[in-house]
Design a protein around this ligand. Structure first.
Ligand code: DP6
Length: 340
């Protein structure tokens, strides 16, 4: 018997991945850029045990058994890791041994808080440890086949997922832009508006957008390439004002495409929109962009902010959204920092 336990963090995209050019291999239509959070805050923890006495592969998510052999994404990750182990000549444990996977999230699953990213990154990283495979760009192509955004969680700091051009997907890899040490005072505050499961999952939502949105191809071809370059320059220069504007515009464009999808994918709610207005009012009052919002496929707000501006932000949030009985439930701020 052999066992490993690993943790993997959540990443939150600044330039969003939305749309696949290959559904099976999970190849995106555009590059994306994200920041990875620290593992002691929002993370997935996975224990994998391999044994010659196990009869079949099994998996439990937050204590509940989930299908393994029927889940094509999990199977693909396992097969790909086996392939890498054969290529690397690693014989740490026999590939014929069955595995039991136990995974936990310390945050709501599928509530638009990047749970699949951390979950699949953790699964693939744990498998790599189990079979003795190094973590490198090639391993990100395996995590990508679990859930696209998962490939970015294998690295810390700011990470770019390159869409790649090859049909095989070999060049659709994640690479670190800079480590978190490069911008150590960058923080994220999550305002939990609603932690229920989202209406339309990302996989289905983006599939529908590719089929029906007339704006999505323009975004992929014309907007994102330029935005990725501008964002990376802003990161390299520690230019928060530009960083914030690009991040907010990209979040808005992603939700515009979600709304241009037919039937539309409505992820933000009234509270989300009031947070958007609050951030713009705050930035205007401060004379430059000190906060950036971004929303994934759900109503929860992720606010990027430099450490020195957190007290001002918290003060303003408490004023704008008084912590009375009504709002306490849906505006729980989680201050987070970034990971190497
Ligand atoms: C809005 O990675 O969850 O969070 O590849 O189908 O599993 P699949 O989708 P997923 O989509 C994430 C979408 C997003 C934007 C992002 O993280 O870049």
């Amino acid at each position: 018997m052999f066992s490993v336990t690993c943790v993997a963090p959540v990443n939150i995209a600044l330039i969003k991945y939305w749309g696949k050019r290959n559904e099976d291999l999970i190849l995106p239509i555009n590059d994306s850029v994200s920041m990875t959070l620290r593992t002691d805050e929002l993370c997935a923890e996975t224990t994998i045990t391999a044994s010659e006495s196990f009869y079949s592969n099994k998996m439990w998510l937050n204590g509940e058994e989930v299908p393994f052999e029927e889940n094509t994404r999990i199977l693909r990750c396992l097969n790909e890791v086996h392939r890498l182990a054969i290529c690397a000549g690693s014989q740490k444990i026999p590939l014929s041994w069955k595995i039991h996977v136990k995974s936990f999230n310390n945050f709501p699953t599928a509530a638009g808080l990047a749970s699949s990213a951390a979950g699949y990154a953790c699964l693939v990283y744990s498998l790599a440890c189990l079979y003795g495979i190094p973590v490198n760009d090639q391993l990100t192509t395996v995590a990508r086949q679990g859930s696209g955004s998962a490939c970015r969680s294998l690295y810390g700091g700011f990470v770019q997922w390159h869409r790649g051009n090859l049909d095989s997907g070999c060049d659709s890899v994640a690479k670190q832009v800079v480590s978190s040490k490069f911008w150590p005072n960058m923080h994220l505050i999550i305002l939990v508006v609603n932690d229920q499961r989202k209406n339309t999952g990302s996989t289905l939502g983006m599939q529908r957008s590719v089929q029906t949105s007339q704006l999505i191809q323009h975004r992929a071809d014309k907007v994102v390439p330029e935005r990725v370059n501008q964002l990376k320059t802003a990161i390299h220069k520690h230019d928060f004002d530009t960083f914030a504007k690009i991040t907010m515009k990209d979040s808005n464009q992603f939700h515009a495409i979600a709304m241009d999808t037919y039937p539309p994918c409505v992820y933000m709610n009234e509270t989300s929109h009031s947070i958007v207005s609050f951030v713009h009012d705050f930035n205007e009052l401060m004379g430059s962009s000190l906060i950036a919002y971004t929303f994934d496929a759900g109503p929860n707000a992720c606010l990027y902010v430099l450490e020195e501006n957190i007290p001002k932000l918290i003060y303003a949030i408490n004023k704008a959204f008084p912590n009375d009985e009504e709002s306490a439930d849906y505006l729980r701020g989680i201050p987070l920092s970034n990971l190497d």
